[in-house]
Structure formats: structure tokens, C-alpha cells
Design a protein around this ligand. Structure first.
Ligand SMILES: NC(=O)c1ccc[n+]([C@@H]2O[C@H](COP(=O)([O-])OP(=O)(O)OC[C@H]3O[C@@H](n4cnc5c(N)ncnc54)[C@H](OP(=O)(O)O)[C@@H]3O)[C@@H](O)[C@H]2O)c1
Length: 345
């Protein structure tokens, strides 16, 4: 389906980055309200993702969501170098990376950030996140039934030791902002209480079938920008991340009807909804990244369409985190503190 252009889409078919909506963080800094995800979901190679990054920059993306665990930061770094050589200024880019779960140790945080900086060819990151609140090594690509013998529950004192190192990265000028990912309200409350530098963002799963209204509003009320991963419902996610209860927001009749009305892809409706709602979606796309960016540039969803999408939340978490379970007999729900308290060890 053809994507309709809106204001800010130039004859060269790229979006003027200056016109892309931005989010103001608690520091006063701003970041583009849409970013490109860079997880190839095990089927898009590092080299392909790196090509997509270049194409996306040419299309007008300036925000890239990276992570050491995606095992493509060196390839993306080569693309960033080309992007900068092509005349885009470093200060016009917003680059995020993330600390992986086996690097929470006090001696590992700074070293791990330096490794990402070196791979990405940068001397600072705009944002560095603690990828998951659980310190845990599990083999890359392992499936949801796999359990790590060294899996540990969330221990707040330990998380804060990691966070102190994250704060040090800001003090050192290696990182502009720090943030959390995959957190819950009770965990965030403790971090907000104890942090010297508060999280600027919380990266979390957000799409029309998983709207997380409580956490979303809690974050906004506390000056934390929600960054939404799997904004399209991650149709290309690995088999190991699928269960029979999962639903697809892009197949929801409400989304499909709105897409037909606007003559856009259902996925683009998800992106428009995300940006209009106030989160920052980071869709990955090898083939549709241009349509996704153009989708935030005009032809907004109506209030009535926004309201109708609010009614289709199915509380359907796709990325359940099963590999983080730390003892026998647990359910993945235990990772998400559903009764409002941190699940005891
Ligand atoms: N913090 C965390 O723990 C965490 C967890 C998961 C993901 N993430 C981040 O979030 C990013 C996005 O998540 P995700 O990649 O799992 O899910 P997603 O962005 O919801 O879905 C990506 C998939 O959607 C397809 N797609 C994108 N735009 C489309 C369009 N307009 N029409 C049709 N299909 C479209 C892509 O296909 P094509 O490639 O064919 O276009 C790709 O298969 C990741 O890349 C990663 O950076 C973070």
C-alpha cells in the first residue's frame, strides 16, 4: 500500500528531520519522538541492519535504538561513521545503547559502555539504558523454556550499585542520559527514591494490544519518557518469543479499519497512535521504515480513532521474559510485579 506524504516530506522522498516531532526529557534535552529499532530478531543480519541504518538516516531518521546484545553495534558504527561523513552532525543524532544483563557488576558497567562506544565509533551516547532489571546470563538465541542456573531475582540494593555506575557515566561525560528498561512501578518507585540522577526514560513494550496504562502514566507523571518497543507487535520476532495466546495488533479490526480510512498500512496506524499518545516508538523495519517515519508527519488520527484504539488493549505482553525466572514453579507473570509489589526472592 502506498504511503501518503504529509508536511515535511520533500521531493527527495525524505522527511525533514527538523520537522519530526520531539520529546522533551526532564533534563530539557529533546529527542526525536520516533526512533529506528536495530534488533534484527535473529533473521536480519548485522550487515543488513547496518544498511537499514544508513537508509533510515537518508530517509530522515535521527534516533537509533541500539544494544550490545543485538551483536551489531560494530556494523552500525561503520554506518554511523558514513552518516557523519555525509554531513549529518553528531549533535543531530540521538543514539541509545543498553547494558546487557550479565554486565551489571560494578566493574563491568563502565567497561561495557566503553565497548559500545568503541563499537559504535562514538565518544558519547545520548542515552544508556539498563536493558533488564535482572542480572542474568543466558545464551543468545536460547528459547523461552531455557532457564539460567545463575538467574537472580531483582535485588534493589544490587540494582542501585549498577545504577551508581550508570550515574558515573553521566559524570564522566560518556553518556548524556541514563534510563531503565522493562521496569515495573514498584521497582521504579525505589529507583526514583534512591537515584541521584533519575531515569530519563523507561523503555517498555507498548502497542495497541499492550498499552500498559498504569505504567505509562506513572512514567509520565514522574518525568520519565516512555519509549515503546515492539510498537507494531513485533510480527518478525523469533519463534522462541511466540506463544499461542499472543495476538497481533496489526490484525485487529479497529486498526485495520482506521488503516483503510487513512489509506496506510495497519503498522503505520500503530506508529501514529504511539506518537500521538505520547510515547516514543522505536519500530524496527528493513522494508517499511520510510512509511513509518512519514506516518508521524501528518494526517493525524482523529480523537475518535484514538479513543477507539484505547478500547482494544488486550493486556497481551509479547516479550514475557521467561528466561529471567529464577526458581522452579514460577510463572512469567512473576517478573512483572502484577500485584503492585516486587515479587519476593
Ligand atoms: N528494551 C528491550 O528489552 C527491547 C525488547 C524488544 C525490542 N526492543 C527494541 O525495539 C525495537 C522494535 O521492536 P521489534 O523489532 O521487536 O518489533 P516491531 O518494531 O513492533 O516490529 C518489527 C517488525 O515489523 C515489521 N514492520 C515494520 N514496519 C512495518 C510496516 N509499516 N508494515 C508492515 N510491517 C512492518 C518489520 O518488517 P520489515 O523488516 O519487513 O519492514 C519487522 O518484522 C527493536 O528493534 C529493539 O531496538 C527493545
Amino acid at each position: 500500500m502506498q504511503q501518503h506524504g504529509g508536511p515535511g516530506i520533500s521531493a527527495g522522498d525524505s522527511v525533514d528531520p527538523a520537522l519530526v516531532p520531539r520529546r522533551t526529557l526532564s533534563s530539557g534535552a529533546t529527542m526525536p519522538a520516533i526512533g529506528l529499532g536495530t534488533f534484527g530478531s535473529d533473521h536480519v543480519s548485522a550487515a543488513e541492519v547496518a544498511e537499514v541504518v544508513k537508509g533510515a538516516a537518508a530517509a530522515g531518521y535521527r534516533h537509533f535504538d541500539c544494544a550490545s546484545v543485538y551483536r551489531n553495534e560494530a556494523e552500525i558504527g561503520a554506518s554511523i561513521e558514513e552518516i557523519l561523513c555525509g554531513g549529518i552532525r553528531r549533535e543531530d543524532l540521538w543514539i541509545t545503547s543498553k547494558l546487557w544483563n550479565d554486565k551489571h557488576g560494578e566493574d563491568d558497567v563502565i567497561a561495557s559502555c566503553r565497548q559500545s562506544l568503541s563499537d559504535l565509533g562514538l565518544n558519547y551516547l545520548d542515552l544508556y539504558l539498563v536493558h533488564w532489571p535482572f542480572p542474568n546470563f543466558h545464551l543468545p538465541g536460547c528459547d523461552v523454556t531455557s532457564r539460567s542456573p545463575d538467574a537472580r531475582p531483582y535485588i534493589h540494593a544490587n540494582y542501585m550499585k549498577t545504577w551508581r555506575k550508570m550515574e558515573e557515566l553521566v559524570d564522566m561525560g560518556l553518556v548524556g542520559h541514563i534510563g531503565t528498561s522493562n521496569m515495573t512501578i514498584p521497582k521504579l518507585k525505589l529507583v526514583l527514591r534512591d537515584a541521584r540522577i533519575k531515569p530519563a526514560v523507561n523503555e517498555m513494550e507498548l502497542h495497541p494490544h499492550f498499552q500498559q496504562p498504569e505504567l505509562f502514566h506513572f512514567a509520565l507523571e514522574n518525568g520519565i519518557q516512555p519509549v515503546g518497543y515492539c510498537p507494531i507487535g513485533s510480527p518478525g520476532r523469533p519463534e522462541r518469543d511466540r506463544t499461542s495466546e499472543d495476538t497481533a495488533p496489526t490484525q485487529d479490526p479497529v486498526i485495520v479499519r482506521i488503516a483503510e480510512r487513512h489509506r496506510i498500512q495497519p503498522a503505520v496506524v500503530c506508529i501514529k497512535w504511539a506518537v500521538q499518545r505520547g510515547q516514543t516508538p522505536i519500530p524496527f523495519s528493513a522494508h517499511h521504515y520510510r512509511a513509518n517515519l512519514e506516518g508521524v508527519m501528518g494526517d493525524p488520527l482523529t480523537d475518535e480513532e484514538m479513543r477507539s484504539i484505547a478500547t482494544i488493549d488486550r493486556n497481551c505482553r509479547l516479550i514475557k521474559g521467561q528466561v529471567f525466572l529464577w526458581k522452579e514453579g514460577q510463572m512469567w507473570e512473576d517478573l512483572w510485579d502484577l500485584n503492585g509489589e516486587i515479587t519476593p526472592p
